[in-house]
Design a binder for this molecule. Sequence first.
Ligand SMILES: Cc1cc2nc3c(=O)[nH]c(=O)nc-3n(C[C@H](O)[C@H](O)[C@H](O)COP(=O)(O)OP(=O)(O)OC[C@H]3O[C@@H](n4cnc5c(N)ncnc54)[C@H](O)[C@@H]3O)c2cc1C
Length: 320
Amino acid sequence: MGIGGLTLGGGVGYLVRKHGLTIDDLLAAELVTADGQVLHVDALTHPDLFWALRGGGGNFGVATRFQFRMHAVPHVLGGMLVQPAIAELIASFIAEAESAPNELSTIANVMTAPPMPFLPEEIHGKLIVMSMLVYAGEIDAGERVIAPFRSLARPYADMIKPMAYPEIYPPEQVDYHPVAAGRTLFLDRIDRRVAEQLLDHLTTSTGTLAYAQLRVLGGAMARIPAADTAFAHRRSRIMVNLGALYEKPQEKSLHETWVSEFAAAVKQGDEGAYVNFIGDEGADRVRAAYPGPTWKKLAEIKNRYDPDNFFRLNHNIPPS
Ligand SMILES: Cc1cc2nc3c(=O)[nH]c(=O)nc-3n(C[C@H](O)[C@H](O)[C@H](O)COP(=O)(O)OP(=O)(O)OC[C@H]3O[C@@H](n4cnc5c(N)ncnc54)[C@H](O)[C@@H]3O)c2cc1C
């Protein structure tokens, strides 16, 4: 995965609650536009483009340079925690993650346990909660913040330890290209009832691995007004990615139907979607990435910089 698409769509990482989205640290970009100009874009120079680049994806040109604000992150307390998939635990995990200080960002993956050597054999193929926690602050304080997560249930594996921040990212497996049917959405709450719904649906998948990935948002990301950037989901509370991995291409429609029904069943009031997690799902889903006035403003900027829709092989925002 590259920094180009990640940044232009928003960028949700392990520091999202502490430092916000990747775009919240974007200071400037160099952009090659449809008519071949090379523009320096920042808050004062082409401010309309600067707004659009922060969430609007590759619709406005090719970004050839980014300038970011840096944050010192000398170390983190972080790693993987694997626990049983029980509705009560999932609901409590989310509640803890929501009330934790912004130094903590989490990803809870409710998923089929892969046959990994550090997991007991008897749980392989059963549902587990494989979560990633990152506390970006003092280690002692982090231990206190993470303790309630550890005590939710005796872990199958606990790999949380002090580390340099880059260690949280495992090396990319270049030969691993799983095929997935996935849907992204935002939820307002995951209480025990919603957690039960997630578990019930996950058990009905016939894929090789089914998952519901839950990311509690808020913190620094939510402090910026939604209208300030083309990424407009600042108030969304929990980002959820549902999916199933599968091997046989002829099973595509089966798993796509499963995941669409799953998303429809758990959907709450938030109709938005994060553009970087949308697949090839049609124009309506791209529209969902840019709610309210965001879409209209993006289309106006597209008219100005790419009226012929030269940059269209993307989650496309056509000129109006
Ligand atoms: C395994 C995996 C994990 C992920 N985890 C996260 C995550 O934790 N958080 C998150 O926010 N996202 C995540 N993503 C989604 C990721 O942000 C998008 O897939 C993003 O598009 C990847 O960027 P890329 O540069 O590799 O894009 P590419 O696949 O190369 O391109 C995708 C699109 O981005 C645009 N684009 C890319 N580079 C440029 C450029 N320089 N100028 C103009 N347009 C450009 C183009 O429209 C292009 O079609 C994940 C994706 C994968 C596959």
